[in-house]
Design a protein around this ligand. Structure first.
Ligand code: FAD
Length: 374
């Protein structure tokens, strides 16, 4: 793309947020998605733990998660060749010090129940016996095939005539005669509406357009792959502690993905793992299980980006023509993506919160960018 292209809507960012929105919008309007990297999904979307957890996050996240479940289990015809969700389950463990957190998770959640420690040991036989005093199990937590979901949105977008331009980092944004002029090294796009789905960079994109920053905070989260036990772990649930200080889950049949559940504030960047976080992950993992860590096959880090109040940001920027936010997906951007993309498109059109998301408890004020206006 070296010429100037025109569209009704230009989306900045081809992660799960931008593509889930664009796949809806392209059914009715012309859409161009601009992606800074050479491939969509290079940042947070390609670095997740790929989990769907019903009882996770603030109420708006739980509502969007609930409203996304039907899409994941019955996606539109031709969306994906494989199942998007597969059974996993989630086991949450408490020590003497964290029984209150576990009780709170059970009291506030749905479909999560206390189980006996004997049952926890049956589910994960390699748990150390002298560490945990209570457990809860959430059977409806599943694995998500993130690549299939993301590719499905991209395929749908393209089938509807939408376009993704890679190597197109937005460098300047101006508004002339009711249209945005969005300049990138790959060329310029003119559009009536700009949708800011730039993940950790969403505040920077807003600033380029002359808007106030919301105060989004990217936070680093680290993950590593280690060998599982010789007697297998493929059928284990995701296992985490009630204070969210670590978790692990089976990966590729014989391995385990381990995270120290870190949340270190960072500037937006191509984040890399810190050696200390990797060491902390190994230490916490070894306190939980009797599996020796002889080598770390691979480690990575990604950014989970939060609004100041922890809820998503979906809606028109107040007082600015044609600027729409989809940001602050935190640690839930994959599991909420079907309903978040659909909600964004519905709000952009002026149709309000979709009925199923509203029935699940989502209200417009909670996610509106207007809540940060002084
Ligand atoms: C370790 C880890 C584990 C996680 N586990 C889960 C999980 O189990 N379940 C879950 O639901 N979520 C999980 N998440 C969170 C999830 O990955 C994110 O919420 C989600 O990927 C955010 O998507 P996004 O599209 O907003 O961001 P991104 O995927 O980062 O996409 C934003 C895109 O915008 C582009 N961009 C930025 N600036 C510009 C610019 N100026 N011009 C053009 N393009 C630009 C970037 O290159 C990027 O591709 C996890 C995250 C991490 C890091």
């Amino acid at each position: 793309m070296s010429e100037t292209l025109a569209a009704d809507i230009v989306v900045v960012g081809a992660g799960i947020a931008g593509t889930s929105f664009a796949a809806h919008a392209a059914a009715e309007r012309s859409v161009i998605v601009l992606e800074a990297e050479s491939q969509p999904g290079y940042h947070s979307t390609g670095r997740s733990a790929a989990q769907f957890i019903v009882n996770y996050g603030p109420p708006d996240v739980r509502a969007l998660t609930k409203a996304s479940h039907g899409f994941f289990t019955q996606p539109p015809e031709g969306f994906a060749d494989t199942a998007l969700l597969s059974p996993r389950g989630m086991l949450t463990l408490a020590t003497e010090e964290t029984t209150d957190e576990l009780a709170g998770a059970i009291a506030q959640g749905s479909g999560i129940e206390a189980i006996a420690m004997e049952e926890a040991y049956r589910l994960v036989p390699h748990l150390n016996r002298d560490v945990f005093v209570a457990a809860a199990y959430e059977p409806d937590s599943t694995d998500i095939d993130v690549a299939a979901v993301h590719q499905g949105f991209l395929r749908r977008l393209k089938a509807l005539g939408g376009r993704v331009v890679t190597d197109a980092r937005v460098e300047s944004i101006a508004r002339h005669n009711g249209r945005w002029q969005v300049a990138t090294p790959a060329g310029t796009v003119e559009a009536e509406i700009l949708v800011n789905a730039a993940g950790a960079w969403a505040d920077e994109v807003a600033a380029l357009a002359g808007l106030r920053r919301i105060g989004l905070q990217p936070k680093r989260r680290t993950a590593l792959i280690v060998d599982g036990p010789a007697d297998g772990c493929a059928g284990w649930p995701l296992v985490g502690d009630a204070a969210e200080e670590w978790y692990f889950k089976p990966e590729a049949g014989t391995k385990l993905l381990v995270s120290p559940a870190d949340a270190t504030p960072m500037p937006a960047c191509d984040i890399q793992p810190d050696e200390l976080d990797v060491a902390i992950a190994v230490d916490r993992f070894q306190k939980a299980v009797d599996i020796p860590v002889r080598r770390i096959e691979h480690s990575w880090a990604g950014l989970r980006t939060f609004a100041p109040d922890g809820s998503l940001v979906i809606g028109w920027a107040p007082g600015v023509d044609g600027f729409f936010w989809i940001a602050g997906q935190g640690g839930y951007g994959i599991q909420t993506s079907p309903a978040a993309g659909r909600t964004a498109w519905s709000l952009l059109k002026g149709d309000g919160i979709p009925a199923d998301a509203a029935a699940a408890g989502l209200d417009e004020a909670t996610v509106s960018p207007g809540r940060f206006a002084a």
